[in-house]
Design a protein around this ligand. Structure first.
Ligand code: PHE
Length: 504
């Protein structure tokens, strides 16, 4: 590249009006250099960009012989070959088979017809005989004329209609070539100096910046996009859910702690210590520290009593509560562990209980086998309302209001079981895309066995519900596999381009 550039500049140095044509120039270079016309064109464009040269483009059309045309230019046309063979056979002539044997079937196929048309031969029974004493092979002559003419001007060696004939027989083809005519430009110099794009420390140190030529700034150029950080689709949906719940008067629970004790995660929720969910197959237990150091003492005793003996109208589970099991640390399996702590605090705050609406949206962990719809961790949206004399109707109404705001208007409730709620209801929503009812959440009224040990007034009821954040996000963003939403296989580009989330 460099070398061609300086050769062009040297070429123009002979006189101010010196000029060259890129094509002619590229042809004049020894072929072993392997310099193509397009390489010369590239140099010319680059020089023109810095005004070293001025270019004007020059488009010409010329003819090139096809490979068949080249053969005919050398050996003669099919019709000439046929006539020669027939003529050589004398008065008896040749039948079609013999002609084909003499010149080849493809030559015979084209040549025979052309000979007839030119009236060089006629039919005598089955035989083809010559009717003239000599012929002129104009096709061959014309092709040679084109071949020997200067490429740039070969379009004028024959009348247009002759070219049309040759093109029809696919013996020549028209080619376009654009080249540049180059003359000196306003900034012409024999040597090209690359302009500097920026100041460097070295230029400043040596003082070279004073004589260095700099590229002008291009103020019209579009700036590079600034990647200012992007919200993951889950976080976009979370932000929207958060807004909806805040508008409904809920305040957010502090869920920024993933490790809990079994006490808060299970025992305070009246989940018996023999419950299968408390197995290592379902729950990730923490090895170090394996045990929690503190639980609220008085409350702990009341929880133990409720499990062992019951109270508030319940007969309890009637087993020996183990402190060791209660103190086991784990990765919380649900954010209900936090709800439990918040309700305990609410019952014991100075001045006593006041009605409250709480929500949280955060991560939970379950020791499950993973597939397209399950991971070991997911996000839970949890809501609860604690107030005097709430009923199941309040729960259904609150859930309906919330889901309506996220675009799910058709809901069904199915009786279910949770150790900590009674009654419990699974929430089903009609999915307009899938056209079917799908389970979207779980809900219920917290049991007296859970609320009484906390010290909540007897007629305070707590309604609560939970759902995953992943499911509505996958529906919203039409993501089929959960691994495309969360985890190490997620494509960053997807996060960068995911549209904003709106529910309205
Ligand atoms: N903790 C329940 C779950 O993990 C959700 C839930 C919350 C159910 C509150 C009832 C009440 O599925």
């Amino acid at each position: 590249m460099e070398a061609i550039e300086s050769q062009i500049l040297r070429h123009l140095s002979s006189s101010p009006s010196a000029s060259l044509n890129t094509y002619t120039f590229s042809q004049s270079l020894p072929s072993e250099y392997g310099v193509t016309h397009s390489a010369v064109l590239g140099c010319a464009k680059s020089l023109a960009a810095d005004s070293y040269v001025t270019t004007s483009s020059n488009k010409i059309s010329y003819f090139q012989l096809t490979s068949e045309g080249t053969t005919i230019a050398k050996e003669g046309s099919q019709e000439a070959k046929c006539w020669n063979a027939i003529k050589a056979a004398g008065e008896a002539g040749l039948d079609k088979k013999a002609l084909e044997a003499a010149v080849g079937s493809s030559v015979a196929k084209v040549g025979m017809g052309n000979c007839m048309k030119a009236k060089w031969i006629s039919k005598n029974g089955d035989a083809l005989v010559s009717t003239v004493s000599s012929i002129t092979d104009t096709v061959q002559t014309h092709l040679n004329l084109v071949l020997s003419a200067d490429e740039d001007t070969n379009g004028s060696v024959l009348p247009a209609k002759e070219f049309t004939l040759l093109k029809k027989r696919k013996l020549v083809k028209a080619v376009d070539r654009t080249s540049y005519d180059i003359t000196r430009g306003p900034a012409y110099k024999l040597e090209r100096k690359k302009k500097a794009a920026d100041f460097t420390k070295e230029m400043l140190d040596s003082g070279a910046w004073e004589t260095t030529e700099f590229k002008p700034y291009n103020f019209a150029t579009v700036g590079e996009k600034v990647g200012g950080g992007y919200l993951h689709p889950l976080l976009k949906v979370r932000a929207e859910f958060r807004k909806i719940l805040m508008q409904m008067g809920f305040s957010e629970m502090p869920t920024n702690k993933w490790v809990e004790s079994s006490f808060w995660n299970f025992d305070t929720l009246f989940q018996p210590q023999s419950h299968p969910a408390r197995d290592a197959h379902d729950t990730f237990f923490i090895k170090d520290p394996a045990q929690t150091v503190s639980v609220p003492e008085e409350y702990y005793k009341r929880v133990v009593k409720m499990h062992e003996e019951g109270g508030s109208g319940s007969i309890g589970y009637r087993y020996n509560f183990k402190e060791g099991d209660a103190r086991k640390n784990l990765l919380r399996t649900h954010t209900t562990a936090v709800s439990s702590q918040m309700l305990y605090k609410l019952a014991n705050q100075p001045g006593g209980f006041t009605p409250k609406r709480y929500f949280s949206i955060d991560r939970v962990f379950r020791n499950e086998s993973m597939d397209a719809t399950h991971l070991c961790e997911f996000h839970q949206v949890e809501g609860l309302v604690a107030d005097y004399d709430l009923s199941l109707g309040d729960l259904i109404g609150t859930i309906e209001t919330f889901f309506k705001k996220i675009g799910i208007t058709q809901l069904r409730f199915k009786p279910a079981f949770n150790p900590y709620t009674e009654p419990s209801m699974e929430i089903f929503g009609y999915h307009p895309d899938l056209k079917k009812w799908t389970e979207i959440g779980n809900s219920g009224m917290f049991r007296p066995e859970m609320l009484a040990p906390m010290g909540l007034p007897e007629n305070v009821r707590v309604i609560a519900w939970g759902l995953s954040l992943e499911r509505p996000t996958m529906i919203k963003y039409r993501i089929k596999n959960i691994r495309d939403l969360f985890g190490h296989k997620v494509e960053l580009a997807r996060t960068k381009t995911a549209p904003v989330c709106r529910f309205d």
